[in-house]
Write a new protein. Structure first.
Length: 167
């Protein structure tokens, strides 16, 4: 009986998994490396869409969330726009524009540096800290272990492989 239930569980899991061939409606790929590239891009896109949906109630983009997480990690120390740009996941983001939007929302503040008047420091506000904590909790709940179709061992293996790809 137990073995029969295991087979049903495995069969149902296979039904839920959609292979890239089905998702892209493409039967053949140039080679396995081309397939990996498309698979990673497709998966990243789906994660980004899911993340954007989870951040929508907080009225911030994932790039703005990234800046808030960086500032939270540095708190109470400030960061410069240059530092934020260097630490951001999406290096193509316009950090100055993103900081301006966060200033307008009252989530970060610009402060003049007392040691160097040319330098402008960015600090997270109390409202920014509250928002980033609440948004982080929403993301953590969605992407935690019991919502992922991977075992912990598989997650470690995938992280290692993705690290290897990025070199």
């Amino acid at each position: 009986m137990l073995q029969h239930l295991m087979y049903i569980h495995i069969f149902v899991m296979k039904l839920e998994l959609m292979k890239i061939e089905e998702e892209l409606q493409q039967k053949k790929f140039k080679n396995e490396f081309h397939k990996v590239h498309l698979n990673v891009v497709l998966t990243a896109t789906k994660f980004t869409q899911k993340t954007n949906g989870l951040l929508k109630p907080f009225n911030i983009s994932w790039q703005q969330f990234n800046i808030l997480r960086i500032l939270k990690g540095k708190h109470p120390e400030p960061a410069t726009v240059k530092e934020l740009t260097e630490k951001m996941i999406d290096k193509m983001s316009n950090s100055s524009r993103l900081v301006e939007k966060l200033v307008q929302k009252g989530l970060v503040e610009r402060q003049s540096c007392s040691k160097d008047r040319r330098r402008v420091d960015i600090v997270i506000t109390r409202a920014g800290m509250t928002l980033v904590n609440n948004a982080s909790e929403a993301l953590d709940q969605e992407f935690e272990e019991n919502n992922m179709p991977l075992t912990k061992k598989e997650a470690i293996q995938l992280n290692n492989l993705l690290d290897k790809i990025r070199g």
